[in-house]
Design a protein. Sequence first.
Lengths: 168, 187
Amino acid sequence: MANLVEQTAQSEHDIRATDSICINESQKQHKWYYNLKYLVVGLFFGVLFVKAEVISWFRIQEMFRLQSFHMYGIIGSAVLVGMISVWLIKRYRIKTILGEAITFTDKKFNKGQIYGGLIFGLGWGLTGACPGPLFAQIGMGATVVIVTLISAVAGTWVYGRFRDQLPH
Amino acid sequence: MLEIIKQPWPWYVAGPLIGLTVPALLILGNKSFGISSSLRHVCAMCVPAKIPFFQYDWKKELWNMFFVLGIFFGGMIAVTFMGNTEPVQLNPSLVKELSIYGVTDFSSLVPVDLVSWDKLLMLPGFIMMVGGGFLVGFGARYAGGCTSGHAIMGLATLQWPSLVATVCFMIGGFVMANWILPFILMM
């Protein structure tokens, strides 16, 4: 019986981890309000997005036309800082604030990263926003972006619906 | 100090701060940075329709929804209390190119000449908002992540599939911005 429960838990984890690089690997169970701290992180993130003009359609157009260094500087330095942080976390085995070990899961390659990546890129060039900036743009008062967001949810759903028929 | 906060922030300030989101989420609760998954959780919550891809315990990923809700409020706070007074300083050749298509309003971060409720049912606006959104949602899930999950988190953890995805994001964007978008804007 315990074995069966474990198996179900394992396959649930597999489904959740399918085509998702960011999944919750924590084993801990919490009350809902523990999640409020992520809202605070998101808040800082949203402010950064606006203040650094990352969510500007024009800035994205500049990037794809090689007319400005701004976005390359942002993404490049963000990756560098992220890389150093991850290295430090691994090197010193830093734990979470609740004492849990921090885990990293390797991403497996599949052709979806190519096909999906190209499709995503086309959409990014068009909307000038990846999923994060969509939320910030709506918050900023550009309410029509709700339409773009709903359409993105629809795109995700259609992918899920026809996932089996697509080359991976 | 207030003046500095009100001005747009340079890349070397904003970039590293965005990068710090990676360790912040890891240390707060072993969460890998990513945003597009939130769109999948919305599907799993609202319209799972017995599709295996949406049959998982989305409550486990509720943190991600709080995170994107935070981004929404962050956008709100930034424009209300820390708003830029000047329009975005753009490369003059982009300004010149866009003016050919009648895009002359640079006051907002979104191009209001193309993206607004009035323009939703015009062909360029419809393609950009409805079509673009669909491609972003479909492509991000097909690729297994978006700019945050692959380009930042994936590269920060040295995942080569994420590098492949990031290169493809850029190729798609270059093709769209340089060769397809001009035709759409002429419609």
